[in-house]
Design a binder for this molecule. Structure first.
Ligand SMILES: Nc1ncnc2c1ncn2[C@@H]1O[C@H](COP(=O)(O)OP(=O)(O)O)[C@@H](O)[C@H]1O
Ligand SMILES: [Mg+2]
Length: 218
């Protein structure tokens, strides 16, 4: 059974067709690199899969069951979307890191938090920092950590390394690769061709709101 299946999905906004009748399957443990020109619909495809927007036509399935049969909360817990422009909220980094625990009515697990902070090159003094004092790259990594505290089944990454320097890009790549090995399915929109070829097992090319190709690499 596919983890995600899209059947004849179309999406338009104010009469403008953005996604035009696309169908595809994502298998468990896939690591799919999504490429294509700017404005071709890549982010829209991720938002549809993340259930942040709904298709006008067609059906989306998660593990063989229609999206509409799940509560949005359950779907978003299992299919997690990291925005191209990360949105942090509240005042401090801690407000963001605590959020995944509080929505699950759980106490913060500081061991888990510290492990993730270290993995992404932070020490825990970052927790008290005000979010307005973070660089773009720091915001992006904090947003990633927030998405990874509880591991999703499917992780959707939208150009998450474009604000990062080379060292941090490689750190993120390494973490994502490890998560994929542990069984998390990855869909990653990227302009970085080398990054795709290094890590992905499939490359999906989107053009003009259609899937131009879905190439299997290994
Ligand atoms: N909610 C929306 N309302 C209006 N236009 C949108 C909306 N979302 C995306 N678009 C338009 O749809 C097209 C595809 O956008 P997007 O999925 O962001 O492309 P990509 O991520 O490939 O750059 C663009 O022309 C964009 O301007
Ligand atoms: Mg985009």
């Amino acid at each position: 059974m596919s983890v995600i299946e899209a059947q004849n999905i179309s999406f338009s906004d104010n009469g403008k067709e953005i996604i035009n009748n696309i169908s595809f399957k994502v298998e468990e443990k896939d690591y799919i690199s999504i490429v294509g020109p700017s404005g071709s619909g890549k982010s829209t495809v991720l938002k549809l899969i993340a259930h942040l927007i709904s298709p006008d036509q067609g059906t989306l399935y998660f593990k063989g069951k229609e999206f509409t049969k799940y509560s949005p909360y359950d779907l978003r817990k299992n299919v997690s979307y990291c925005f191209q422009t990360p949105k942090l909220f509240g005042n401090t980094v801690m407000d963001n890191i605590n959020f995944p625990f509080s929505i699950r009515h759980k106490n913060i697990d500081l061991n888990r938090v510290n492990t993730l902070l270290n993995t992404f090159g932070f020490d825990n003094s970052i927790l008290d920092k005000s979010i307005v004092n973070l660089s773009g790259g720091e915001k992006q990594r904090i947003a990633l950590i927030r998405n990874l505290i509880f591991k999703p089944d499917v992780l959707l990454l939208d150009e998450v390394t474009s604000a990062l320097d080379n060292d941090n890009t490689l750190i993120v790549e390494k973490v994502i690769k490890k998560l994929n090995k542990e069984g998390i399915t990855i869909l990653w929109v990227t302009h970085n061709v080398e990054q795709s070829l290094r890590n992905a097992n499939k490359i999906m090319t989107i053009e003009y709101g259609k899937i131009k190709s879905l190439e299997v690499l290994k």
